[in-house]
Design a protein around this ligand. Structure first.
Ligand code: FAD
Length: 277
């Protein structure tokens, strides 16, 4: 059972509760990106098992009118075992999702996985002429080059600031520098992409920049935020723009919940208040 304080950030343990949450979002015009929690499997069986669970989720989504999509971590479906296992599981999942008409996002993990993730994305998005999206991280020095490569491909690209502690030779470690990189990458994406831009940020400054760039270039974009973070802003923005909420669920919720608490004092205070009240 997930305790009520964690329910702010995690939809539940099973697909049914995640879909109930997606239904409530849909009533407020916010789409859902469902994420089964799990990562860094170094053996094949759990990677295969989560791929199978995602295949069942995709069928469940297709049985609704919610238009929900999914977001998957490469190390959850086999990248830590081998690139071959990752590719095989991703093939299986994207084929099934394409049959069911469900969009698949690939999350981006630390910089050692970027090449394998982008290569797998490119193969899938070419094979399915879109239907797949990938995340790129503004803190990585390489991302400007990656964005040029991605501009030539179908599919969608989510720009985030980057959640992993990376070494200074591959990443900007100063927050102001990461923000500057985010702004400049977003500008470049609005100039060069036909559409399919996802702004994965809670930062009002980046959201404002995206809406200004949309007004200037007319390029289609969507805003993506996490469950439990700035939800009022999500509902407000959904009145004017496409907004999707990233909705984690599953039995491995504890470490995700701790991460949300650790990243921001406000979240920690929220949890303490919930315990005291
Ligand atoms: P920050 O730079 O953390 O904060 C900027 C401003 O945003 C704050 O000053 C405040 O005004 C506002 N803000 C931020 N958080 C809060 C809050 N909790 N409450 C109120 N206001 C707040 N990272 C990866 O490395 N790989 C991924 O695949 C990935 N996928 C993601 C998918 C989605 C949908 C989202 C939203 C994030 C994802 N991330 C991913 C995480 C991302 O890299 C950042 O670590 C995270 O989003 C924090 O950066 P930020 O842009 O939201 O704002």
């Amino acid at each position: 059972m997930i305790p009520p304080i964690a329910r702010r950030f995690v939809a539940g343990e099973g697909a049914a509760t995640a879909l109930e949450h997606a239904r409530r979002l849909d009533e407020r015009s916010v789409g859902a990106i469902l994420n089964l929690l799990g990562e860094h499997y170094d053996q094949r069986p759990p990677a295969d098992a989560d791929t199978e669970t995602y295949c069942r989720l995709v069928a469940d989504i297709a049985g609704t009118d919610l238009g929900a999509c999914i977001s998957v971590k490469p190390s959850q479906i086999g990248l830590d075992v081998s690139e071959t296992v990752f590719r095989e599981n991703l093939d299986r999942l994207v084929d099934r999702a394409a049959t069911e008409g469900v969009f698949v996002w690939l999350d981006m993990e630390d910089h050692t996985t970027t090449d394998a993730t982008l290569d797998a994305f490119e193969a899938q998005t070419r094979a399915h002429d879109g239907g797949v999206g990938v995340c790129v991280q503004a803190n990585l020095r390489r991302t400007a080059d990656d964005v040029e490569r991605l501009a030539t491909l179908p599919g969608k690209v989510r720009l985030v600031k980057g959640a992993y502690d990376e070494p200074a030779d591959v990443a900007y470690t100063d927050k102001a520098r990461v923000d500057e990189a985010y702004r400049s990458l977003l500008e470049r994406m609005f100039q060069t992409f036909d559409g399919g831009i996802a702004v994965g940020s809670h930062d009002p400054e980046m959201i404002d920049l995206a809406t200004d760039l949309h007004a200037e270039h007319g390029t289609d974009f969507e805003i993506q935020m996490l469950m439990g973070v700035r939800e009022d802003a999500q509902y407000d923005l959904a009145g004017s723009y496409e907004v999707r909420q990233y909705v984690p669920y599953g039995s491995k919720w504890l470490s995700y919940f701790y991460r949300r608490l650790a990243e921001r004092k406000g979240n920690l205070l929220f949890a303490l208040r919930a315990i005291v009240n």
